[in-house]
Design a binder for this molecule. Structure first.
Ligand code: G4P
Length: 290
């Protein structure tokens, strides 16, 4: 599987972020809690410079809570302000707002000393495609959130969303990066739906997911596909497991051949919809060190 590419619109999106960085006071970086490392844009540190940053881990409702807590601690130890959320709800919003104030306290104080009062803080929201950026912005800004339109010095087509008189958000297009040094990053992004794989690659991708699940979440796998009676002995060959799943779900083609394509799609869809259970595809350091 080759996931190395950087389409033109990504280059444009990156340039847009770069150009607008000087207009914002802080960056709200969204990462997918199921792949908190793979979903972090390696360019982001360079792009943000020393802007204040808040890390929002979206889709925490689908991620392994133990790993989410460990990753959160890990990021916090690196000096970041971190909040794990289900972006579809408003839980976590108060904490994020408090962090925004904290991140910008020095800036507010500088403004105050210069006699600038009531200038809203501006935050740029960044994240990879499908991370939940629109969902987050909608629930964070609430229904009352309104687009403020283009600002002077801002390229056309940009979206400013006014949260309230104190805070404005700049929405940015989801971007991916030119190449993944680690092929597993590409696989993780495809598994969570950040990048679309070709139909033919679904089988390969599902085998890679099954391999991981056999190693790290075998009980969830059995509960989901083996009717909970634990007749299957894991680990087994990944292709054999896909065959068993096809058979268990009656996914067969003419001649009673297992329908691998449909079985692969089933497994991938189940994972993406959180139906196998709460799963994190990466190991926080504490888990890796064990
Ligand atoms: P984007 O702007 O970053 O591209 O992502 P978007 O908000 O469109 O979200 C992508 C999908 O992820 C949506 O599902 C959305 O509902 C879902 N989503 C976003 N945040 C969370 C979260 O924290 N938890 C869960 N469980 N799901 C989240 P969809 O299937 O594409 O659309 P729909 O279900 O809204 O119809």
């Amino acid at each position: 599987m080759d996931y190395q590419w950087y389409p033109g619109h990504m280059t444009k999106a990156r340039r847009m972020m770069q150009e607008n960085m000087s207009l914002v006071d802080l960056v709200i970086e969204l990462v997918d809690a199921r792949i908190p490392v793979s979903s972090r844009n390696p360019d982001i540190d360079k792009l943000c410079g020393n802007k204040a940053r808040i890390l929002v881990m979206t889709k925490a409702d689908m991620a392994d809570p133990v790993r989410t807590a460990a990753f959160q601690a890990q990021f916090e130890a690196q000096g970041m302000m971190v909040v794990a959320v289900d972006a579809r709800t408003r839980k976590g919003n108060d904490k994020i707002k408090a962090y925004v104030e904290k991140a910008c306290a020095a800036k507010r104080e500088r403004d105050r000393r210069r006699g600038i009062i009531g200038r809203p803080l501006r935050a740029m929201v960044v994240g990879i495609p499908n991370v939940g950026k629109s969902t987050f912005i909608n629930s964070f800004s609430g229904r009352a959130g309104t687009k403020t339109g283009n600002k002077p010095g801002v390229t056309r087509g940009k979206q400013w969303i006014r949260m309230n008189k104190d805070l404005e958000l700049l929405d940015t297009p989801g971007i991916l990066w030119p190449k993944f040094d680690d092929p597993q990053v590409g696989i993780n992004l495809a598994l969570t739906g950040a990048i679309r794989q070709e139909l033919l690659e679904e089988q390969e991708l599902s085998l890679s997911l099954l391999h991981f699940l056999q190693e790290e979440y075998p009980a969830l796998l059995l509960d989901k596909y083996c009717g909970g009676d634990k007749k299957w002995e894991l680990p087994m060959d990944d292709a054999e497991l896909l065959t068993r799943i096809a058979e268990a779900r009656n996914l067969v083609r003419a001649g009673a051949e297992p329908d691998y394509q449909r079985a692969a799609k089933l497994v991938l869809d189940d994972f993406r919809n959180g139906k196998i259970g709460r799963i994190t595809l990466e190991r926080p350091r504490e888990v890796t060190d064990q």
